[in-house]
Design a protein around this ligand. Structure first.
Ligand SMILES: *[C@@H]1O[C@H](CO)[C@@H](O)[C@H](O)[C@H]1NC(C)=O
Length: 559
């Protein structure tokens, strides 16, 4: 460990819908040597929490506060479908609002060189683009998802389709996808190329930098080069149940999960369990998982390019690198449901070719089943969009050689932390005060997260004390946590429609509802829930949410 007066460089890498145990550092079989090395040089967190979906998490990351305050109180794609609840509600603007001081805005004032490459999803209109929020250089896919290759279908009028609209901007200028995106575009490679270009730009001069790299991998549609997919041939032929138990075992061996942990039962919305699939159906399911794995491997390889680049610059020791997923693995095709199931079927049927031989190619459109998703989120219950742990507990790796001493094979850190903590952590490392209540001629809110610096230095064994209250809400699912206890409310038809109570210290799988055993504790947490609603201005919507979306939400217990 060396000390320095130089401001630290910051790199944050966000994966999209990556599962808890996908990478080898967390028990996965996918070839991810670069993240493995990052983990071995730094810290892996096992109790890191995000929101249950993408843009809300990103709003918390860049603001240090709750998504219901920062403008993503609900995924905008959904909020628009229920205007009677959400229209004109503060905190539901659908973009990173100006009540918050964004991390790059604050760092810019402190002399940082800020750049972003990848998905934005924090505002489609020009006045909300990254260059308006403190990023000096930007290359951004503005919506929540995109085709990974250059295949951007148009409708009969010659306009791009609304769904997966290839809206890109570069340094505040809207791009023409036909002419500005190269023919050999592949999202993960290209976002990395741009990141590396910004990192090495002469415009950086001697300034410390903050680089944000937001991959769209491994978000659907699953697409990857055949040569990488081929490396996973046969790996998934035993199905999701087998994969789940292999990963659980490895994660326990690594110390990511406690010995004897009881995983939650798997539930599915699909017709069939793996064992009931035909040979052909199994081949398709395996192939889909192989493509997914290839996408994760490609992401890891590109992360390696960046880490090598930082080393070449001689900045390795003075660079804080954080790698995270934005929410749990995706098991529900969530954004697709926002367009209604029929329109989505029509979209895939009209513009894509899902013949077996074509899977993974630029004009294929596949995603994996909720059973694969639960192989990735186990032992936690369910996946993205859920307020249960499967939706909100994510892998997190932090490395910063100037502060964090390398120990053996890396350290595994159990403290409860959230994505809102990242901003205050970085500000403390950069020795910058948060500007609230005034910033750039506007009122801004305080952060709700807490700095990890003392915890990273191993001076304390917690970040949030046992009285800290943390809430979650999206898609009408509600959760509130105090210390080791969590109250969870999942409305019909997905859940019991009642508050449940779990002790996460002994039951991270949320298998044993303690609400009848400790009614007084549940009562206390539900009171905290009301405070949380009042503090954040969140709009409760369990009364109409699933009704309004008319999705197909039947599910059954599998194993
Ligand atoms: C962290 O601090 C604790 C308590 O002081 C100590 O037992 C442990 O070895 C330290 N860990 C590391 C990695 O230095």
């Amino acid at each position: 460990m060396s000390s320095t007066n130089k401001k630290p460089n910051i790199i944050i890498i966000v994966a999209d819908d990556l599962g808890f145990t996908d990478t080898s550092a967390f028990g996965g079989e996918i070839n991810t040597p670069n993240l493995q090395k990052l983990a071995e040089n730094g810290l892996r967190f096992t109790d890191f929490h995000t929101a249950s979906a993408c843009s809300p998490t990103r709003s918390m990351l860049l603001s240090g506060t709750d998504n219901h305050i920062a403008g993503l109180g609900q995924m905008h794609e959904f909020a628009q479908r229920i205007p009677e609840k959400f229209a004109n509600k503060p905190g539901y603007e659908g973009y990173l609002n100006f009540k918050v001081a964004a991390l790059p805005e604050i760092l810019k004032d402190d002399g940082y060189y800020n750049f972003i490459s990848g998905k934005w999803h924090l505002g489609l209109s020009e006045e909300h683009w990254p260059d308006k929020r403190g990023f000096e250089k930007s290359f951004a896919l503005l919506p929540g998802a995109g085709n990974h290759y250059k295949y951007f279908p148009k409708n009969n009028d010659g306009n791009y389709l609304n769904f997966l609209n290839p809206l890109f901007e570069e340094n505040g200028k809207k791009l023409n996808p036909d002419t500005d995106i190269p023919d050999d575009y592949y999202s993960t490679d290209y976002f990395t190329d741009k990141f590396i270009k910004f990192l090495n730009s002469n415009d950086r001069k001697e300034r410390p930098f903050f680089g944000l790299l937001t991959y769209t991998a491994p978000h659907w549609p699953y697409q990857a080069p055949e040569s990488i997919i081929a490396k996973y041939k046969g790996v998934y032929d035993n199905g999701p149940e087998e994969l789940r138990s292999e990963r659980l075992n490895r994660a326990i061996k690594l110390g990511i999960l406690p010995e004897g942990v009881e995983p939650h039962k798997v539930e599915t919305q699909r017709e069939k369990a793996w064992k009931d699939l035909t040979k052909q159906e199994k081949e398709i399911e395996s192939k889909i998982m192989e493509i997914y794995a290839a996408m994760v491997e490609i992401m890891d390889k590109n992360i390696g390019r960046i880490l090598d680049n930082v080393k070449e610059l001689g900045e390795e020791d003075n660079t804080f690198v954080l790698f995270m997923s934005d929410n749990g693995a995706e098991g529900m095709m969530m954004e697709a449901l926002a367009t209604t199931a029929e329109r989505f079927q029509h979209f895939v049927g009209t513009y894509y070719n899902n013949d077996f031989e074509n899977l993974g190619k630029k004009d294929s459109f596949v995603w994996y089943s909720d059973q694969w998703a639960q192989a990735a989120t186990a032992p936690y219950y369910m996946y993205k969009m859920w307020a249960s742990e499967g939706g909100i507990r994510c892998p997190l790796i932090v490395s910063y050689p100037n502060l964090i001493e390398k120990k053996d094979d890396g350290q595994i850190k159990p403290a409860f932390v959230t994505v809102m903590d990242i901003l205050p952590t970085i500000l403390e490392l950069a020795k910058v005060e948060h500007p609230a209540p005034f910033f750039q001629n506007r009122n801004v809110v305080e952060v709700r997260g807490s700095s990890w610096v003392e915890y990273l230095k191993n001076n304390t064994d917690y970040v949030h004390d046992e009285n800290k209250i943390t809430g979650w809400e999206l898609f009408a699912q509600q959760a509130i946590r105090k210390g080791k206890y969590k109250a969870l409310y999942i409305p019909k038809p997905l859940g019991t429609d009642k508050w449940q109570l779990f002790d996460l210290s002994t039951d991270p799988g949320e298998t044993n509802d303690l609400s009848a055993v400790h009614p007084e504790l549940l009562n206390e947490l539900v009171n905290h829930w009301s405070e949380y609603v009042a503090e954040t201005g969140l709009v409760e919507c369990s009364d109409i949410f699933y009704e309004a979306l008319k999705g197909e939400y039947e599910k059954k217990v599998l194993y």
